[in-house]
Write a protein that binds this ligand. Structure first.
Ligand SMILES: Cc1cc2nc3c(=O)[nH]c(=O)nc-3n(C[C@H](O)[C@H](O)[C@H](O)COP(=O)(O)OP(=O)(O)OC[C@H]3O[C@@H](n4cnc5c(N)ncnc54)[C@H](O)[C@@H]3O)c2cc1C
Ligand SMILES: Cc1cc2nc3c(=O)[nH]c(=O)nc-3n(C[C@H](O)[C@H](O)[C@H](O)COP(=O)(O)O)c2cc1C
Length: 1137
């Protein structure tokens, strides 16, 4: 089989080693030949490429693949071409590098930064993009691989071309009389072209050639001098021969090929400069050593005192080695990336081995791969190679000026006229720039190119949230990043993980829920990235494995807290050290992705910020490059300020990474985080005419605002289950399922199964009426707006099309009355954030109010003290600062949404498929250390007050990690102190119902605990269950019932250790814990002790066993949070800090 048809190989003869047969460029396809002849050919290539792409992301033959193919077909039929998506383009460019048979440095192929410049249509714009490329690639000497891709060839349009062979190269001036050349003989012809275009070089050996750029071959090329500060050069010295410096040799740092075409999916991109970094021999042996280039061997040999008259003195070999030594030494001394040929060869061997493993082969052209010096000393010399061509590819193309139609008068232009540049305006008119004008233009450009182009570098900001804070921070971050990048905010649940490896910049803002778990809308993302990591690590066992495991209780996972002391992640240790990068051999799929993680959490929880830490670790193990260490924002200690410092630092580092620090005034930009983006001039309430615009009812409004399938359930009963001596009560509320329910799959309330025991119901509470009325009065709404008439919040926003400003509805909130907004949609009880306090400070007229509010807004410690002492709701805050006069619309625009509260369903659908029971502890407490006013939990107090027939807005949430075993004969151990018993009532009801149908479930143990017997919940029902054998045992722990010894569920668990252990080991039982997070942590620790006591396991074995139970989903948790223990935990934690 011919190995390389382009070189004219046949089945008998291989001519791959013959090069410069004629002018090599002539044998490359002309632009027209590269263009597929017809639609069919284009579609065949497109189809092949898409198949390749979709199989790489494991979505071959899926709905998305089919839809994409259809849209490509449609575009090709309609327009004769199609566009690649940004991800496809990046994938294609990386693959083209991977397929380049002549490149020895391909091990880095996945680490190519692709700049998508397809939107650029002018030579000036292309020049700016190229400056950006050079700056990014050079990176102050720490070279990075990059490709900039300009617009593809399109039917009826001219090609975009860069006439230079490399972005940076030296001129070669031929002496017409004796034929000698000053400078680089390789560029003589191109130097003449530049001169013809008016460029005048200084005539030295190392004059930088200008960039000659053609935005389309219908237009005249334009000439741009490279801003000298952009081009890094290395003067050459020798480590021991001092005289070497006298030779005056130098070379540039960035090898960037700019004349090749990129062929991908049947499309040709004719201007696609790309760079890697130098291998020493390319400069030393070839550029400086070749006789038809700088030809330095004889000069060096003579200075070395070698006999150059005879080959047998080996002067050439010895001289070339010393030039290599000089190049390597000089580059390394200036910290410019370079690789010697031995190292490069070894890496290539590794790459080849990997490629054979992954792809079954690696196209390689031996003649090009083997280094020109000391070939047989490198392993590649001894390696058999097969050269074949694969698509996508980088292809040679005819020199741009070959068939160019020059204007007659150009023969006369040039140095004599003192012109620097010649071009044509868009209308085709010839434009000539005088030297000064161009010099100015260049300076202007080098300052400005960041603004125009860098905003094209996408910054993906992904958040996962339960209560909305991470989302808010993600938007603040985007506001900041949009000053220099194209920032896009997405919820993790809406993000397609296949794009991850082609992102340039990814910022994660996420909270932690459960007991170290992701928020619900981060679960799928976590799973998919985990899958990616599993896949990678199974292929690269030596690569860094993630240290943490996702999961609830730290017991049973490698302990987050054990591995990572919280202080390591707090603001105090906020540092942006360079973290160790993975080696070339272990490049992961995210090796080209820069990322940073901000983890929200509360230090009251044992797994503080567990999910954020986990994601950070996972992305790092996949080869991602950290822009900054992960930072934990503690809800109990200055979370917002920590976030703002982190955001500024990450922005700074990102600008540095993408070489934008000169173009963006980072301090000015960071100030935007402190400024109010919305003012009373840019937000207002518009009165809505309900005749013209229908007003959504609460169910529709909540569904829209929270993007949830909200329904309405009437209350069928509400009884008080227990009340303790402190007056704390627990209520039992029954709801009827009447209408559409469960993700819209059910239209009438008739089907038998609506949920499973263990699932949750989300309740939308209604804020306290007195509080709402108080706020309406305090804000003076009655005098300005009708509090009960329909209003729509609007903001003044710039229009995308003409840039003018118009009032636009704020989609976050529906049109409704002000009273409804405060009652149903807005959180008016959580203490104001520091940002909101800063806003109030700006609207305070008394100096004292202003000073105090400003202090609270800026001093984290003062703020936390204020917050935890009075736990002030909004009305209390406004009353505390009476001089604050703030516009109601402005205030509303800054208030967070009232979040739904979750309750574990306390019933089984097998008892009544249309009823859902809730067991809720009512939160009521006195602030100010027990001396202040009474405060009530929003939702629990709302639930305590609902009456039969009232309608409650709610939605259903499945909790697949807290369902009964599918093998119903397995034992079930349930630990649920306090209201933690809630889901277990559903479990025992389920067993009872199954039993009545003749189905036998396994044994059930219940551990509950209360302060005293008065607080015990479902007392009678439990006795009945024990009596009828549904519950095999019901253990009750009492903590404040003298003279009974103080006991907790943990103590009862230890007492029953042999039974519990037997159930879990011999009968494959399932263990469930429900309630407060800290209790769950203690229970997990106790369970380890159970294993040690009853099973004789040592500490490590106990850990392993718990981990095994978790992995087998036989250890399950349902975590409520830390509601009751909040004040104790807060104070304890704050004391520690
Ligand atoms: C998955 C899940 C399942 C749940 N299941 C149940 C269930 O079955 N039954 C149940 O009762 N709850 C359950 N909860 C908790 C429930 O969702 C609510 O958090 C709880 O009812 C409190 O909500 P609230 O609106 O009444 O209080 P909020 O208005 O949210 O107020 C609670 C706030 O008050 C603070 N606080 C509480 N006590 C004090 C105090 N003494 N001093 C100072 N501050 C204090 C807390 O720190 C907290 O910030 C569950 C939670 C989750 C996440
Ligand atoms: C039920 C519940 C469980 C929580 N679990 C944890 C946890 O395990 N670790 C942690 O650091 N924070 C935990 N938190 C605190 C949240 O992460 C914190 O409130 C965060 O600021 C919420 O951000 P969000 O609004 O973006 O979801 C929990 C909060 C609740 C209500």
């Amino acid at each position: 089989m011919p190995c390389n048809q382009e070189s004219g190989c046949g089945s008998q003869v291989c001519r791959a080693s013959i090069w410069h047969l004629t002018d090599p460029r002539l044998s490359y396809p002309t632009p027209r030949e590269l263009l597929p002849e017809d639609e069919e050919a284009l579609l065949t290539s497109a189809k092949e490429f898409l198949e390749h792409y979709y199989s790489s992301i494991k979505r071959l033959d899926t709905e998305s693949h089919r839809a994409r193919w259809e849209s490509v077909r449609r575009d090709v039929h309609l327009t004769g071409t199609y566009d690649l998506t940004e991800t496809e383009l990046t994938f294609g460019a990386k693959l083209a590098w991977r397929n380049s048979a002549r490149c020895i440095g391909r091990i880095q192929w996945a680490k190519l930064q692709v700049f998508d410049a397809r939107h650029v249509t002018t030579a000036q714009g292309m020049f700016e993009a190229l400056c950006n490329h050079i700056k990014y690639g050079t990176n102050k000497g720490n070279i990075r691989s990059a490709a900039t891709i300009f617009c593809q060839r399109k039917p009826g349009q001219g090609d975009y071309r860069i006439w230079n062979a490399q972005l940076i190269s030296y001129a070669g001036y031929r002496n017409m009389e004796d034929g000698t050349v000053i400078g680089d003989p390789a560029t003589v012809e191109f130097t003449e072209v530049c001169q013809k275009l008016g460029w005048v070089g200084a005539g030295t050996r190392f004059d930088l050639l200008p960039l000659v750029i053609q935005a389309s071959n219908r237009l005249y090329p334009e000439v741009f001098t490279l801003p000298p500060e952009l081009v890094m050069e290395v003067p050459l010295h020798h480590p021991t021969y001092d005289w070497f410096a006298e030779l005056g040799l130098r070379w540039y740092a960035l090898p960037a090929v700019s004349s090749m075409a990129f062929d991908c999916g049947g499309l040709q991109f004719t201007a696609v400069p790309f760079n890697g970094w130098y291998m020493t021999t390319e400069i030393a042996t070839r550029d400086l050593g070749d006789t038809h280039r700088y030809n330095q061997l004889e000069i060096v040999a003579k200075r070395m005192g070698l006999d150059t008259r005879t080959h047998s003195s080996l002067w050439k070999d010895r001289a070339v080695i010393e030039i290599n030594a000089a190049v390597l030494y000089s580059y390394q001394k200036m910290n410019v990336t370079i690789v010697d040929h031995h190292t490069a060869s070894e890496s290539f061997m590794k790459h080849m081995e990997t490629e054979f493993r992954l792809r079954g082969g690696c196209p390689a052209e031996w003649v090009w791969i083997v280094p020109p010096t000391s070939g047989s000393l490198t392993p590649v010399f001894h390696q058999e190679m097969v050269c074949y061509s694969l698509k996508p590819s980088f292809e040679y193309q005819e020199v741009a000026w070959k068939n160019f139609q020059w204007d007659e008068e150009d023969t006369n232009t040039g140095s004599a006229l003192g012109l620097l540049a010649v071009g044509r305006s868009a209308g085709g008119r010839r434009v000539k720039y005088r030297f000064k004008e161009v010099a100015r233009a260049v300076k202007f450009t080098s300052n400005l190119f960041g603004k125009a182009l860098q905003r094209r570098i996408k910054a993906a900001i992904l958040y996962a949230t339960e209560t909305g804070k991470s989302e808010k921070y993600a938007h603040m971050l985007a506001e900041l990043f949009n000053h220099a990048f194209n920032a896009q905010v997405m919820c993790m649940a809406d993000y397609d993980v296949i794009n991850l490896e082609h992102e340039a910049l990814v910022m994660i803002v996420t909270s932690t829920f459960g007991n170290g778990d992701p928020p619900e809308n981060g679960e799928a993302f976590a799973r998919e990235v985990r899958g990616m990591a599993n896949n990678h690590h199974s292929h690269h066992p030596i690569a860094t494995q993630p240290k943490y495991q996702l999961g609830s209780s730290k017991t049973g996972t490698p302990l987050l807290n054990r591995v990572l002391n919280r202080d390591q992640h707090s603001l105090r240790s906020f540092s942006f050290d360079q973290l160790q990068q993975p080696s070339v051999d272990s490049l992961g799929p995210l090796s080209n992705v820069r990322f940073a993680v901000f983890a929200l959490g509360s230090s009251a929880y044992p797994n503080f910020c567990g999910f954020g830490l986990y994601i950070d670790d996972l992305l790092g193990s996949l080869g991602g490059e950290r822009l900054a260490s992960v930072i934990c924002g503690d809800e109990l200690s200055g979370q917002e300020q920590t976030f703002k410092s982190w955001a500024q630092q990450v922005f700074h580092t990102a600008c540095e990474t993408f070489c934008l620090e000169d173009d963006v005034n980072i301090d000015d930009v960071s100030a935007t985080l402190r400024r109010d983006l919305i003012t009373s001039d840019t937000v207002r309430f518009a009165i809505v005419n309900s005749q013209e615009k229908p007003i959504l009812d609460i169910v529709a409004g909540l569904s829209q605002t929270h993007a949830k399938n909200v329904t309405e359930c009437p209350v069928v009963f509400n009884v008080t289950l227990a009340k303790d001596i402190d007056g704390r009560k627990t209520v039992h509320v029954g709801l009827k399922i009447t209408s559409q329910w469960i993700n819209g799959t059910r239209n009438s309330a008739t089907s038998a199964v609506t949920y499973e025991p263990g699932d949750h119901i989300g309740i939308f509470a209604v804020n306290d009426e007195a509080l709402v009325t108080g706020l309406i009065d305090r804000l003076g709404i009655n005098s300005t707006l009708p509090p009960d008439g329909p209003l729509q919040l609007q903001t003044l926003a710039e229009q995308k099309v003409d840039g003018g400003k118009t009032w636009q509805n704020q989609e976050r909130l529906p049109a409704c009355s002000f009273r409804t907004l405060l009652s149903h949609y807005l959180d008016i009880t959580t203490p104001a954030s520091q940002t909101l306090l800063a806003l109030l400070a700006a609207h305070a007229s008394s100096e004292e109010d202003k000073r105090r509010l400003q202090l609270l807004a800026t001093d984290a410690s003062e703020y936390e003290d204020w917050k935890h002492w009075g736990f002030p709701h909004l009305l209390e805050t406004l009353l505390e600062f009476p001089s604050v006069a703030i516009d109601a619309a402005l205030l509303v625009s800054q208030l967070p949404l009232l979040q739904p509260r979750f309750y574990s369903i306390s019933s089984s659908p097998l008892i009544d498929p249309l009823q859902i029971d809730i067991t809720a502890a009512v939160i009521a407490f006195k602030t100010q250390g027990g001396e202040g006013p009474m405060h009530y939990g929003v939702c629990s107090s709302y639930l305590s007050q609902v009456n039969e027939g009232d309608k409650i807005q709610c939605f259903f949430r499945s909790a697949p990690n807290f369902h009964l075993p599918t093998e119903i004969e397995r034992p079930v151990v349930m630990v649920g102190p306090g209201t933690g018993v809630a889901p277990f009532r559903g479990f025992w009801q389920h067993k009872q119902a199954l039993q009545s149908k003749g189905k036998e479930m396994g044994p059930m143990l219940l551990f509950t605990g209360y302060r005293s017997p008065d607080c015990d919940l479902f007392v009678e029902e439990k006795s009945t269950m024990v009596a009828s054998g549904i519950l095999d045992y019901a253990f009750l722990a009492l903590s404040r019932h003298p003279p009974v010894r103080k006991t907790y569920v943990q103590d009862k668990l230890l007492e029953a250790a042999p039974l519990v252990y037997r159930m879990l080991t011999q009968q494959m039982g399932h263990f469930y814990v429900c309630g407060d997070c800290a209790m769950a942590e203690d229970v997990a620790n106790t369970l380890r002790m159970v294993f040690q006591k009853a099973g004789g396991l040592n500490a490590e074995e106990s850990d392993d066993f718990l981990m095994q139970l978790r992995n087998e989903r036989r250890y399950q948790e349902d975590i409520f949070g830390i509601t009751y223990r909040a004040p104790d935990t807060v104070n304890a934690n704050r004391r520690q800090q």
